[in-house]
Design a protein around this ligand. Sequence first.
Ligand code: HSE
Length: 397
Amino acid sequence: MSKNLKLGIFGFGVVGQGLYHVLEETKGIKAEILKICVKNKHKKRTLPMRYFTYSKEDILNNPEVDVVLELIDDPVAAYEIVKAALKSGKAVVTANKKMVADHMTELFELQRKYNVPLLYEGSCCASIPIIRNLEEYYDNDLLSAVEGIFNGSTNYILTKVFSEQKTFDEALLEAQELGYAESDPSLDVEGYDAKYKLCIILTHAFGLFVNPEEVINYGIQHISAFDIKIARERGYKIKLVAKSRKIENKVVAMVIPQFVSQKSQLYKVEREFNGVIVEGAFSEHQFFMGKGAGGYPTGSAVLSDISALTYKYKYEYKKTKQDSGLQLSTDIVIKIYLRFDHSVSIDRSLFDQILEEYKALENQYIIGEINFTKLVESNLLTNNNVSVILLEHEEED
Ligand code: HSE
């Protein structure tokens, strides 16, 4: 019988504590916690103090520790821990999407060089097993798109604002209190968190190593009461959607709010749930839904990674070997709703086609088709008096 894996944990916040309880309840798992490294010496802990250490060496230099679980908030310190652990031959599990997205190339190389696995299912959409599915199940299918709701906090906020008439700030506070939001919630609200997850997914879906700075993230901070009224009148909800689509040898990726109709599977994804639509040539549309934030859903993904390590699982990054010559691009025509006020003048020639225009004293909008490259270059996405919301193309309905 194989021995129990000995775990050294960094961080005992929402995810760390969630994992602890998940581990406690999961009788079959061959793993036990040896040490938990935390920063704050004054914080009251819910476990006996023999578990805790304040020195990272107690885990990194401990020959008994087989697996390092990196569950801290700070992506820079997290990267140092993960690097040191991999170099010392310890397997690593992390849920830190920014750290993984920012260092995907280095992390890929470290795994090769030291022949140790790094697993990070918990970094993308918490309880939804999307990475392992992209790696294993969709390893040969010709994927054309992976998209969906990748951030629980913004989905929670939009749900509460839409269905319960809460204010944005009230809903954000709740998302923070429930442990869904990042410690800097602008990472959620401005679409960075969803983008980091999208970048990780781009590696496992299309074999691309992408610097997150190359991907446009447009968050929910521009959405106004007027935009919500328009959505309601037309039977839509607004969702923050992360999108990646392969078009010939290009992959277009973005994070942007979208009007979602009842026909879309994303319409019913509410609160902290996430939803991922995978589109392949042969499998066609498939839809995954599950809790995308919170200690237990993320803890369950970390647990699944620990379990995978007990049978020596590692990512093979299969898509990166398929040498498809794919390039990241913004060259796609999208249909948008562009709302602006009297302080903004819009160059209508930016649009390939204008389908609808509305003008009143305070708000004006244009619905039309525009090349995403032109939209990005126009700087409208950085204008605080403008709101851009994607519309589904009719054929996608
Ligand atoms: N802040 C993240 C979210 C946590 O709201 O989705 C899970 O990654």
